[in-house]
Design a protein around this ligand. Sequence first.
Ligand SMILES: Cc1ncc(C[n+]2csc(CCOP(=O)(O)OP(=O)(O)O)c2C)c(N)n1
Ligand SMILES: [Mg+2]
Length: 296
Amino acid sequence: MEDAIGRVSGHYHPARGEEGVIVGSFSALHEGDFGVPHYRGAIVASLTHGADMRRLLAGVLGRETGYTRGRQRGDFVGRFERRFFGLFSGTLGPSIGYATGAGLSCKLDGGGHAALVTFGDGTSNSGLLYESLNMAAMLKLPVVYVCQNNQYAVSMPASRSIGGAALADRARAFGIEAVDVDGNDVQAVNATVGKALERARLEGLPSFVHALTYRVSGHWASDPGDYRPAAERDAWMLKDPIQRLAQALIAEGGITQAEYDALCASTEAEAVQAMELAQADPMPGTSVTADTHAYI
Ligand SMILES: Cc1ncc(C[n+]2csc(CCOP(=O)(O)OP(=O)(O)O)c2C)c(N)n1
Ligand SMILES: [Mg+2]
């Protein structure tokens, strides 16, 4: 799907290489939980929650048929009926506050549900994360904070922007349980985030998960990303989370190589067809600007 987008939108922010964190985390949500995805990978996260691929692609193209009726680009998609938040502004950090508020609403509603938020390594330097962690610790809010550390914020390496030895230590300073997980292992992420969500639902406690991964693409589709050492990117390409899952499934006998190849081909055909349909969809009319409920 992202390959199809990259061919028509140079401004899209691809999440290639980070699917382990995104799919592993958001597939651990239960009905009634809140999902607040990082902008990179938001539409991938939406796919795990039954969003329609053609409508997601229509959103990327700014069409009337997208989930926000063309009011915002598709990587900021929100779907309130599924308790899925969009970014709503280009400012990074506020979505961590939305998730904390969603966690408070879960608590006030009597518990049993949780909120999940993902955010980048660059965004982890936002003051709002620390206000949120403190509030979640003091009020015992059922929120799982996942740092999708792809090691870059545009061209700034995390090694040059994040102080301290370990990001998870920052959350521990607030008395919040924090763990590190291999972000390129979708099964490990799913198990770790799933456990944290279960704790949030049952005990009403927050958690922090630091998932290390890598942004194999540029910052956006048209960014060659050549400020990074080629050897670094090549080494991470070998840890591709999709390939790793495929190899694990084939080794365990869950799927044959031929079945996997057929699945890839049919999924690619589905994405190409969805993109063709979305491209033929209409641009929004002036009624959209007057519609204050366009996000819903
Ligand atoms: C508060 C704020 N500062 C700066 C920007 C500009 N900006 C847009 S994307 C981005 C990189 C964010 O890095 P990260 O959080 O690691 O996410 P990634 O792009 O790596 O997924 C920056 C700095 C912004 N949108 N909001
Ligand atoms: Mg980053």
